[in-house]
Design a protein around this ligand. Structure first.
Ligand code: DGJ
Length: 741
């Protein structure tokens, strides 16, 4: 939290402010603030009482001068609900609907009113405009600034709020939303996602009806265990891939969140999103800024396809660490060995990594702990020294041995957590989140460290720093986080005389502080975000990570659906997919599915059948040849597995000269026929000529595609190409290459 730069209230200023507000409303000049991307505008406007309202959210008007006439076309009648469109709804005064902000002033008063004071728009660069709007309470020295950062070409908005005051004592923030939007269209359809371990991103679609639909988390560290902060909002009708007005969004916060979608009595939609205020009242000192996390959303009139392509572009260019860079293919030992390994087993796997042709070997959980060896998930977590029995020559030796095989070396850590059976727990019980007087409650036999405590932040940073200092050639980290927060209590906050209700928020801020330090010192090294599968993965934490682990469920059939759903929100360069022993499908199907992201393996390659190994090696060579198309290209979802017997999607380079098309059979009841109709491609240049070649063929199998034939982009997009899937060939990867005549 930053100390405020310029807000210095005094009684005199307060009197002047009130005078100003009074005068202002006497001769109130209506202020109209269009906040515009290339295609869309959020229109804010003051009314005769200087209240700021959202009067329009939709396609931009051709003539800016007409924005001032918009509100006159809406005749909201009822005074009470007529102000449901406040741009940031306070509570305790004129508003009786769900507020965006709720406070307890230092004198115990619970009322808040917010009136427009000023606004400004700055261009941060050609494509990015930042509008800020200041609102103040006429009675209390309390101020809210709304921020709208517009990425114009991507039709994407990042929206957050800063709250501050100059009251005598602390003000308690009881609700502190990031954004409060209002839509005057009718008929809203919402898709949200339910999670469970190994069942992440299960879509949940419904038409919104009157009342509030809440999507939230109270899980603490592994915030997305049960629900995700991603959503698709279709406006007017349910958007398809190419049609419909749609918003793809996310609250970018790695802790408890709350999204509230309320259809009001006009059938308009109020949408309020922010940190979950549950058990999180925040005591804010004077002249200190409380900055909320960002709500990030891409808007399109042309369906989910365009919206997600824009979201991907934005994520790669502006958000994810090294989003336009490279990634490392890898072999992981988790499912190959679990905790049961030693130096010899691991060094033998380096040979597998080399033989397969991947870039890196990743040593997973189980390498540390001596007094309490990490031979299972019930001990050792927190004691980050190599286990001398398993790894007598230490990590340095492994890094060197891997290098001898020509592969890089990476390592797993879970630095925010502790097993009660650990030296860390014995030495630093005060670092552990727990209620001293109550029985401990465990999630995967572990507890969470108190990242609100700066000493714990130093400890967590130190784990990473020591690993890199002692092993400068360490090339990759997998950062796991398996536990939720039970018994939320911080000894540190108690010691500092700070409210316990700060814990959920300060935990996340503490985590970001550590990650900031890690990235200051190690700006580029790839780090994978993992949380017992996909329990974390939002665009705030992804500023520090190059990629994330979507789920422990690597059954490829399940993954087709899951990766499909993740693909609405994340570019494939960010999602790590591994080939494992989960699922009974062929190795080809597994590799083809894992290739639509960052490819990895978690198998004992030396145990593969000869042809399976041959196939994998060739498929990895192929992947290296086309990976840039997947990582940096545009995604077109062609056939939805929820509606068809197969899933098909493709990635196309920006210049439309190259594309990779993935086709996966998702229905094993179709043994009586092969797929009859072609899959229509997308994103190509209709005037270009292309060669379509089936790659990733299993040794000995053939293709029905004649690779010498050329097709126009026009043909491929209007008629399509038949991947000829059947139960004998359940997946096909097609390489589409421009041929210049
Ligand atoms: C949970 C992760 O999702 C797995 O990939 C693996 O790293 C285990 N933790 C290790 O304990």
């Amino acid at each position: 939290m930053k100390k405020h730069r310029c807000l210095h209230f005094s009684i005199k200023r307060l009197v002047l402010l009130n005078l100003f507000l009074a005068l202002n409303s006497l001769c109130a000049q209506q202020v109209t603030i269009p906040i515009s991307s290339e295609g869309f505008t959020i229109l804010l406007q003051t009314d005769e009482d200087n209240l700021l309202k959202t009067v329009y959210f939709g396609e931009s008007l051709l003539n800016e001068s007409e924005y001032s006439s918009v509100s006159g076309m809406f005749h909201f009648k009822d005074n009470n609900i007529g102000i449901g469109n406040a741009a940031y709804t306070p509570s305790g005064t004129w508003n009786l609907s769900e507020p965006a902000i709720k406070v307890l002033h230092s004198d115990g008063n619970t009322s808040l009113d917010l009136r427009y004071i000023s606004h400004e728009t700055k261009f941060l660069e050609n494509n990015i405009a930042l509008t800020s709007v200041v609102l103040q309470d006429p009675v209390y020295p309390f101020q809210v600034t709304l921020f709208y950062k517009v990425f114009r070409k991507e039709n994407l908005i990042e929206q957050w709020t800063e709250i501050e005051h100059n009251e005598k004592k602390n003000v308690t923030l009881q609700k502190f939303s990031s954004a409060n939007l209002y839509f005057t269209d009718n008929d809203f359809y919402l898709t949200t996602y339910h999670n469970q371990w190994a069942k992440e991103m299960q879509p949940n679609e419904s038409k919104l009806t009157r009342g509030i639909r809440t999507v939230d988390s109270k899980m603490g560290a592994r915030a997305m265990l049960l629900q995700s902060p991603n959503f698709i909002l279709s406006i007017g009708k349910k958007a398809s891939e190419k049609e419909g007005k749609v918003i793809l969004g996310q609250l970018a916060w790695s802790g408890n969140f709350k999204l509230e979608f309320e259809v009001d009595s006009y059938d308009n939609l109020r949408f309020i999103a922010g940190i979950n205020p549950y058990a999180s009242q925040y005591s804010l000192p004077k002249n200190t800024i409380f900055k909320t996390p960002s709500l990030i959303y891409a808007i399109s009139n042309n369906g989910t396809g365009e919206a997600s392509r824009n979201l991907h572009k934005w994520a790669r260019k502006y958000r994810v660490l090294d989003g336009e860079g490279e990634r490392l293919t890898l072999l992981n030992n988790w499912e190959a060995t679990y905790f049961d390994f030693d130096e010899d087993k691991i060094t033998a796997l380096f040979k597998d990594a080399k033989n397969l042709g991947v870039d890196l070997f990743l040593l997973d959980d189980g390498w540390f702990g001596n007094k309490y060896p990490r031979n299972g998930d019930n001990a050792g977590l927190g004691d980050w020294q190599e286990n001398v029995k398993k790894l007598p020559h230490g990590l340095g030796y492994l890094v060197k041995e891997a290098k001898k095989e020509g592969v890089k070396f990476g390592i797993w850590i879970e630095p925010e957590m502790v097993n009660p059976k650990s030296e860390l727990y014995e030495k630093h019980l005060d670092w552990v989140i727990r209620q001293a007087e109550r029985p401990e409650v465990y999630f995967r036999n572990q507890l969470v460290l108190d990242l609100a405590n700066p000493e714990v932040q130093d400890f967590v940073f130190g784990i990473v720093d020591t690993l890199f200092t002692e092993n400068p050639e360490l090339a990759f980290i997998k950062w796991d986080c398996n536990s939720v927060i039970y018994n939320a209590h911080s000894t540190y906050l108690e010691r500092e005389d700070l409210p316990q209700s700060h814990l959920y928020i300060e935990y996340v801020r503490g985590l970001y502080k550590v990650l900031e330090r890690v990235r200051e010192k190690y700006p580029k090294v790839p780090i994978m975000l993992c949380s017992g599968g996909g329990g974390r993965g939002d665009y705030e934490i992804l500023k520090y990570f190059t990629e994330f682990w979507p789920s422990d469920d690597t059954d490829p059939l399940e993954r087709v659906f899951m990766q499909w759903d993740y693909s609405y929100f994340f570019p494939s360069i960010v999602t790590d997919n591994h080939v494992t022993n989960w699922g009974k499908q062929s190795i080809k199907y597994k590799v083809d599915v894992a290739s639509m992201g960052k490819l990895g393996f978690d198998i004992v390659a030396s145990e593969l059948k000869t042809n399976d190994l041959l196939f994998c090696k060739q498929a990895i060579r192929n992947y290296h040849s086309f990976k840039k198309v997947i990582w940096h290209g545009e995604l077109f979802r062609l056939m939805n597995p929820y509606q068809n017997d197969l899933a098909a999607l493709m990635y196309v380079t920006e210049d439309k000269s190259k594309a990779i098309v993935f086709n996966y059979l998702v229905n094993n009841r179709v043994s009586f026929h092969t797929n009859i109709e072609p899959v229509r491609l997308d994103g190509l240049d209709r005037n270009k000529k292309y060669r379509v070649k089936e790659i990733n063929l299993y040794p000995g199998s053939t293709t029905r595609l004649a690779s010498e034939q050329l097709y126009s982009g026009d043909f491929l997009m209007k008629i399509g190409i038949n991947p000829s899937l059947s139960l004998r060939k359940t997946s096909a990867v097609l390489e589409v290459t421009e041929v210049k005549e």
